[in-house]
Design a protein around this ligand. Structure first.
Ligand code: NDP
Ligand code: X2W
Length: 351
């Protein structure tokens, strides 16, 4: 295949952490080429000025956010922008005939009212919201195939939902009893500096934040409700951990009936059969964030407590890969009818 036939990719928000991770991964994808890296604040500057580790790898100048220009240079656009930007931009890109994969939260919630309450921003127009397919690849991959507009899941919801959906769908756990305790590395907050992610605030520290207020709560509840076939509400608490990448979601729920760890392992292995990026650990082995670092894997492990009748489910991802850029590329592969693993089979970096 010549370069000419490759799918041409534009990245809005290329100067952020999600954007630069898209660049890193797409550079080795066999069927695409990055034709436009886009910035709202640094157009004209070489991409590698902001990221010297990309010197002589990707030094092309940043393009402005100009829909006509993007249309002339790209077939598919990733928007890796702060909440609120794609609400306005994605409809224009779609109207220009481009395929769009949005990494932000703007199009994830079906209810406009729920979005406005949790994000404190104006919701997208209903007509465009209805076009967006929620791209939790291993659960809704069939809906993603052939779609032209994907709303990529949040990082915490990806780890959490991949860990909960099979058990909720099978009715093996009581959805009313689920408690989710989640922890993230600091890159989850993006490249922008703020007091909360300042080195001396984060280093040698562990803090809970946005308790009962996190914008990912309605996203998690939306999917759990759909899979359970009834409304589910849940307790979800996020913590900031002094590490760069990684999310661990520790989930607790009451088991319906009597199930062993072997039962959960078999259920999940069957649910994710043929899906390379979810790895279910053997009995007695729980995953750690370093075991997925830099990769698109989500690793899941179980501990059943016969004494309390509860199961603990541990799910880990790399927030910028499976939690953002990696899953977005997986969704692009599914949209295009390609093997979902193209460009993504990187082994985790260890140690
Ligand atoms: N970091 C993570 O782990 C994850 C992030 N996400 C989501 O992905 C999105 C991007 O996150 P992340 O990369 O971490 O964020 P960053 O803050 O690192 O980057 C966002 C980029 O958006 C660009 N931008 C800001 N305003 C505008 C605008 N008005 N128009 C166009 N571009 C704009 C900025 O670049 P410039 O000034 O050059 O235009 C900036 O570099 C967010 O919605 C985030 O919530 C989702 C899952 C995980
Ligand atoms: C560590 C950290 O601050 N993480 C961010 C994740 C934000 C994110 O990914 O936002 P959307 O998925 O909603 O776009 C947070 O908790 O808000």
């Amino acid at each position: 295949m010549t370069n000419h036939q490759k799918l041409r990719i534009g990245i809005v928000g290329s100067t952020g952490y999600g954007g630069v991770e898209l660049v890193r991964l797409l550079l080795t994808h066999p069927l695409v080429e990055i034709t436009s890296v886009i910035s709202s604040s640094s157009a004209g500057e070489p991409f590698s000025d902001g990221y010297p580790h990309m010197t002589e790898i990707l030094s092309q100048p940043l393009d402005p956010v100009d829909v006509e220009l993007i249309k002339s240079k790209a077939d598919l656009v990733f928007t890796a922008t702060p909440a609120g930007v794609s609400t306005e931009l994605a409809p224009k890109l779609l109207d220009a005939g481009l395929k769009v994969i949005d990494l932000a939260g703007d199009f994830r919630l079906q209810s406009r009212e729920t979005y406005e309450r949790w994000y404190q921003k104006k919701a997208p127009e209903a007509a465009y919201l209805q076009k967006a397919v929620y791209g939790l690849s291993e659960v809704y991959g069939e809906e993603v195939a052939g779609a032209s507009f994907i709303s990529n899941p949040g990082c915490y919801p990806t780890a959490t939902l991949l860990g909960l959906v099979p058990a909720v769908k099978a009715g093996w756990i009581d959805p009313d009893t689920i408690v989710i305790d989640a922890k993230s590395g600091v890159s989850g907050a993006g490249r922008g500096v703020s007091l909360g992610v300042h080195y001396s605030e984060v280093n040698e520290n562990l803090k809970a934040y946005k308790v009962n207020k996190h914008q990912h709560i309605p996203e998690i509840e939306q999917v759990l409700s759909r899979e359970a076939g009834r409304e589910v509400v849940t307790t979800f608490t996020t913590h900031l951990v002094p590490m760069t990448r990684g999310i661990m979601s520790s989930m607790y729920a009451e088991i319906n009936g009597t199930r062993t760890e072997e039962d959960f392992i078999a259920l999940y292995r069957e649910y994710y059969e043929g899906r390379k990026f979810v790895r279910v650990r053997n009995k007695g082995i729980l995953p750690a964030t370093k075991e997925v670092y830099g990769s698109n894997y989500c690793d899941i492990g179980f501990a059943v407590d016969a004494r309390t009748g509860r199961v603990t489910i541990i799910s880990v991802i790399d927030n910028v890969v499976k939690g953002a850029a990696g899953q977005a590329i997986q969704n692009m592969n599914l949209m295009m009818g390609w093997d979902e693993t193209l460009g993504l089979m990187h082994a985790p970096i260890y140690p």
